[in-house]
Design a protein around this ligand. Structure first.
Ligand code: LLP
Length: 431
């Protein structure tokens, strides 16, 4: 939660007092606010954990696709992990070199594959092959384009879902998942690659899951990747990199004792143990670089008390809903909610409220939060740790406009992407 309180007790992000921000007439709520400098600093810190060895921090663009954010990562030397032609265009448009882009996804369209093959002099760094069937498709597209497509094998390391300290909906590297090529199928994949002269294998990788708060499942996945890489090399392929994926967790309030650099060091140790120390190590963090450096600002529309339960329920209804921040509804995620105003009152004046949004769904519910008893319509609050998978998962459900985005740099507002008027949504529907 890298928001801080200043001497007056007011909530700040990136050196900016958030109450001043909402007081400014051009900032509407709901609005995401990001500390872009802190994101770039975290990326630099992560890069230094590689101790100068060959590596790529392929930022998982899906976590936050905003131009100012992706450009900041490009400036400090990050690459990108993308999962669609759209994300690829954002990465390229923000200055990430084609060489530094890897493209994952189980269902890449022909146009997306063509774009990945044709960009720049040699196409992107690697199309991550997620099935044996995909090899023939990429080979055919590359042949038609008159190019050699650089690919990597995204394997499914088969890490038991019981061993993963994460939500089942964000675990990807287990046998039931649709992602990757299971290692039992390696021999078939290599046979297909041998028969495909227009693809060149560059690496082997995996992504086991997301929001790990210990390095153990990550290391378990990386170990399987390195074993597979060894058998691929033994079969005569010359690899350039191994890719341990993303998944580094952050502290959403229950603690996270590990830093992103810990995942890198643990994976690097395994890589050396596997005798693969000369290959570049790729990682694909999304959440860990952006999550803690973004908040969703909202205002209280009204409070409400219902007496149907033995203990009357006190509700706070805010103007941000599950369409703006889906994580609580989809993963039962808890984002702390903090009032922006300086808190002069003690805890005795705080009580438990159920905070909900305006969307007509029972799951439009941000959970129980202890807030000042006097909280009232018009008060502004911040839903913290919302920099990852916040705006990118937002929708216009219930005829609502997408939230605004505010980008802070150097202790001031550098850019604003305003909330699109609801009229745009109406135009789209009354076509
Ligand atoms: N690489 C691949 C191939 C991925 O599928 C993902 C995330 C990442 C990297 C980045 O993972 P991260 O470092 O951010 O954990 N919407 C969910 C998270 C879904 C993650 C999907 N894949 C959430 O809000 O928690």
């Amino acid at each position: 939660m890298p928001t801080t309180r200043d001497v007056t007790g007011a909530l700040c992000l990136g050196g900016v007092r958030l109450s001043d921000l909402v007081a400014a007439s051009e900032i509407q709520t709901p609005s995401y606010v990001y500390d872009v400098d802190a994101m770039a600093n975290d990326a630099c810190e992560l890069k230094s954990a590689f101790d100068g060895r060959a590596h790529l921090v392929a930022y998982a663009v899906k976590a936050n696709t905003a131009g100012p954010v992706v450009r900041a990562f490009a400036e400090v030397g990050c690459g990108a992990d993308v999962v669609s032609g759209g994300e690829m265009l954002v990465a390229l448009g923000c200055g990430i070199a084609p060489d530094a882009i890897v493209f994952s996804g189980v269902a890449k369209g022909d146009e997306e594959i063509d774009r990945a093959i044709l960009v720049g002099d040699r196409g992107i760094g690697a199309i991550q092959i997620e099935s044996i069937e995909e090899i023939a498709r990429v080979d055919a597209r590359a042949k038609a384009a008159g190019r050699i497509a650089r690919v990597s094998l995204r394997m499914n390391p088969g890490v038991d879902i019981e061993d993963l300290d994460t939500h089942a909906n964000i675990a990807t590297g287990h046998d039931e998942a649709k992602f990757g090529v299971p290692n039992v199928d390696t021999a078939f994949a290599l046979e297909a690659l041998r028969g495909s002269p227009h693809v060149a294998l560059q690496g082997v990788g995996a992504h086991v899951g997301s929001q790990f708060t210990s390095v153990d499942p990550y290391v378990q996945g990386a170990r399987t990747v390195f074993e597979m890489a060894r058998s691929v090399i033994a079969a005569g392929f010359a690899l350039k990199f191994v890719d341990a994926g993303g998944g580094f967790g952050i502290d959403y309030g229950k603690g996270c004792p590990v830093r992103p650099a810990d995942f890198v060091r643990a994976a690097r140790d395994e890589q050396v143990k596997a005798g693969l120390g000369d290959l570049a190590l790729y990682v694909e963090p999304g959440r860990a670089l952006v999550g803690a450096h973004g908040v969703l600002l909202a205002r209280v529309i009204q409070t409400k008390t219902t007496r149907a339960l033995a203990t009357p329920r006190r509700w706070v209804i805010i103007d941000a809903g599950m369409n703006d921040l889906l994580r609580p509804a989809l993963y039962q995620a808890h984002h702390r909610i903090v009032p922006l105003a300086a808190t002069t009152t003690g805890r005795a004046d705080e009580i438990a409220f159920r905070v909900v949004g305006p969307v007509c769904e029972s799951s439009d519910d941000f959970g129980e939060h202890v807030l000042p008893a006097a909280i009232a319509a018009g008060d502004a609050v911040a839903l913290v740790d919302a920099g990852a998978y916040g705006f990118t998962m937002a929708s216009r459900y219930n005829g609502r406009a997408l939230p605004a985005e505010v980008f802070l740099r150097g202790g001031r507002v550098a850019q604003i992407r305003p909330r699109k008027p609801v009229a745009d949504w109406v135009d789209d529907r009354v076509f």
